[in-house]
Ligand binder design. Structure first.
Ligand SMILES: [Zn+2]
Ligand SMILES: [Zn+2]
Length: 360
């Protein structure tokens, strides 16, 4: 097994000080850490090399031995396996642990040390409401499919009358240490326990309902309150209503995406409502009292004499509600004036008379 030169791996000289080695290592960890290199399949291998090199060069004794013996182990040294490559790639957890130690941890320490905890997934669902419903607010019942804690075993995964037992391999820690003897000394790596998958517990007689998975798919009716004034594309978050977690992990959230359908009469911009009202040229010229639609229902308005096509009228406070407020936007009416296409004989003569008067 050909191994790389540890000094080359860290990019330092043979006379590098402890601090130089540490600095070089930190830089490389940042560069190749698996968390930031999910798309780079070589990063994990590279990280293993870096860790291996650092483990040796950061330790005075090991470094001295390495300097003395070089890369090739002496023949017949009598250590098991004959190789001295140390496998750090078992589990990303080992990198995480190194990373935490070096950079002061944080973020990862929420869970019990070592045990693998699975948080429940968030769920997204879509609903469509009318503008009228967005105006008044609405409580909607949705059928939601999600993973729940199995009711049969109460999420333990163990059959009735039995309990999950502490994993004999990892003694419940969820992690196992592996020790390897090499000519450089003893290496220890830490990885997720393969027997229990990191949960720290094993189930000898699994629950028949969930097959020991602890979660089960179920349908729920969930009440979602859509607030008055909601706009298209807004989402309502229901904390903890997503999939249940595993091994003590928190549940995910439910996100309800709200779509507001377009309306035949009204268009909307934020809290303002717009509508077009068609009036005759006579109403436009003489003024009139007419009935129009607002989001509240029918309403009488008075048109000024001499209203022009494209003129607007603002009905203050007749628009959509602002979210979580009693205030409302405005309703803006845009007037369209129609000219009659067909005139009766009487209308024709009357209009001609008017034109005649005007020409005088
Ligand atoms: Zn169960
Ligand atoms: Zn275990």
């Amino acid at each position: 097994m050909a191994a790389k030169d540890y000094y080359d791996v860290l990019g330092v000289g043979r006379n590098a000080t402890e601090d130089e080695i540490k600095d070089a290592y930190r830089k490389l960890v940042r560069q190749y850490h698996p968390d930031t290199n999910k798309d780079n399949p070589d990063a994990e291998k590279k990280m293993a090399e870096i860790n291996e090199a650092y483990t040796v060069l950061s330790n005075k004794e090991k470094r001295a031995k390495y300097d003395q013996f070089g890369q090739v182990p002496p023949e017949g040294a009598g250590f098991p396996g004959g190789g001295y490559g140390v496998n750090f790639t078992d589990d990303l957890g080992s990198f995480a642990d190194i990373f935490d130690t070096m950079f002061g941890g944080g973020g990862r320490s929420q869970r019990p040390r070592g045990q693998v905890v699975y948080e429940g997934a968030d769920i997204r669902t879509d609903i469509s409401i009318t503008l009228q419903e967005a105006f008044s607010g609405k409580t909607i019942l949705i059928d939601l499919q999600r993973f729940d804690k199995c009711p049969e075993c109460e999420g333990t995964g163990a059959a009735k009358g039995t309990k999950p037992e502490t994993c004999p391999d990892c003694k419940g820690s969820g992690q196992v240490k592996r020790t390897q003897q090499t000519f450089l000394g003893t290496f220890q790596t830490v990885g997720t326990c393969p027997k229990c998958g990191g949960s720290g517990k094993v189930i000898s007689s699994p629950c028949p309902k969930c097959k020991g998975e602890t979660l089960i798919k179920a349908t729920h009716k969930i009440e979602v309150k859509i607030p008055a004034g909601v706009e298209d594309g807004m989402r309502v978050r229901l904390a903890g209503q997503g999939d249940s977690g595993k091994n003590g992990g928190r549940p995910g959230d439910l996100y309800v995406m709200v779509h507001v359908k377009s309306d035949k009469i009204f268009t909307r911009e934020g809290a303002n409502i717009y509508s077009q009202v068609t009036i005759s040229m006579y109403e436009a010229a003489l003024g009139a009292e007419i009935t129009i639609y607002t989001i509240d229902g029918k309403e009488k308005i008075t048109i000024k004499p001499g209203t022009q096509p494209g003129d607007t009228m603002t009905l203050r406070g007749k628009g959509m509600p602002y979210l979580n407020s009693s205030r409302r936007g405005d309703h803006i009416i845009n007037f369209k004036v129609t000219v009659p296409k067909k005139l009766s004989q009487k209308e024709k003569s009357l209009l001609k008379q008017i034109m005649g008067i005007k020409e005088e």
